[in-house]
Design a protein around this ligand. Structure first.
Ligand SMILES: Nc1nc2c(ncn2[C@@H]2O[C@H](COP(=O)(O)OP(=O)(O)OP(=O)(O)O)[C@@H](O)[C@H]2O)c(=O)[nH]1
Ligand SMILES: [Mg+2]
Length: 194
């Protein structure tokens, strides 16, 4: 009975989500904390398929459809982001706020983290119809590494992006420790509006 119910719910009410972001941003960690057992944080994801899973609250269950946990390389991002944003009910753009603000240079690409994130935001802004922007939420991971309070982090992040063409995308952002299940569940709840 329960298996049938699960099948029924995920087939008809299941939601599709997309995780976007640079490598090691915390995409797999966020999925894992949400309840996806197959997500593998700390291991570089290529294009691993995960099965459907449930996000469980005391009073509610949200069914998430099967999808891909796609790694953060720019080529993969460019190939897949447009379709993924359109096909998904909610899109999580994951940014390591510690790296973003402290702006380290990536050893592989020799570009700063902030530059690479901004480049992707700009890319989305220019290549995706703005009618999809409402379903994109910016999640700022590694907030636990920062001395600033959440509200300050949001202010700092928004100040840096205010003058940019893509500032419309950064109006909703959520600083979290993606390893903390309780925090991730609360963040997810706010984003999807339940
Ligand atoms: N302290 C802290 N560590 C985090 C946080 N989010 C993720 N991590 C850790 O950062 C590392 C990278 O996280 P992943 O979830 O694997 O990153 P990813 O975005 O899936 O990376 P790719 O699959 O390579 O694209 C893991 O060891 C995580 O446990 C956070 O909010 N705080
Ligand atoms: Mg990953």
């Amino acid at each position: 009975m329960s298996l049938f119910k699960d099948w029924w719910h995920r087939s008809f009410y299941g939601k599709r989500i997309a995780m976007l972001g640079l490598k090691a941003a915390g995409k797999s960690q966020f999925l894992k904390s949400l309840g996806c057992k197959e997500a593998n944080p700390g291991v570089r994801s290529q294009k691993e398929k995960y099965n459907w899973f449930k996000v469980s609250y005391p009073d509610k269950v949200v069914y998430i459809k099967a999808g891909y946990d796609i790694g953060g390389g720019l080529e993969i991002f460019k190939q897949s982001f447009n379709k993924r944003i359109k096909d998904s009910d909610w899109v999580f753009f994951i940014i390591d706020i510690d790296k973003y603000l402290n702006d380290g240079i990536d050893e592989e690409s020799h570009e700063s983290y902030q530059y690479q994130v901004n480049e992707r935001l700009d890319y989305i802004n220019k290549n995706v119809s703005n009618r999809y922007f409402d379903k994109i939420a910016i999640v700022l991971t590694h907030a636990d590494m920062m001395s600033q309070a959440s509200s300050e982090l949001i202010n700092t992040f928004q100040r840096l992006t205010r003058e940019k063409t893509y500032s419309v995308l950064t109006s909703h952002c959520y600083p979290i420790d993606a390893r903390d299940e309780r925090v991730v569940l609360e963040c997810f709840k706010r984003i999807i509006g339940i």
